[in-house]
Design a protein around this ligand. Structure first.
Ligand SMILES: [Zn+2]
Length: 108
């Protein structure tokens, strides 16, 4: 069963329970980066508005440090998000390049 939590370091949702702290709080561990953390009420999943804003700023080629300040996300979360974002962009541009070549052929 997946826990409804994200890793505060890498943003992964592959989280497992890892016993409790001395204070009796549930402790968790990220399977991706090994980070251990206690569920933090201040840590909230990014909502759609935040994601939309980050996408917009990335399109405007705002430096990551600027996005961190503007949106208020953590630099590590943003770096992880950007990696996924550019992977998706590369996949999209590969398929559009293919359809452009087909269009050029019909014009020739
Ligand atoms: Zn992690």
């Amino acid at each position: 069963m997946k826990l409804d939590l994200s890793c505060p370091t890498c943003g992964s949702d592959d989280i497992m329970k890892n016993g409790t702290t001395r204070r009796g709080k549930q402790n968790h561990k990220c399977r991706d980066c090994g980070r251990q953390f206690v569920e933090d009420p201040q840590w909230k999943p990014k909502d759609k508005d935040i994601i939309a804003l980050v996408n917009l700023l990335l399109l405007e080629k705002i430096p990551l440090a600027g996005i961190v300040k503007t949106v208020g996300v953590s630099a590590s979360w943003l770096q992880n998000y950007v990696n996924k974002y550019y992977q998706a962009c590369r996949a999209a541009s590969r398929s559009s390049a293919k359809s452009q070549r087909e269009a050029d052929g019909s014009n020739g």
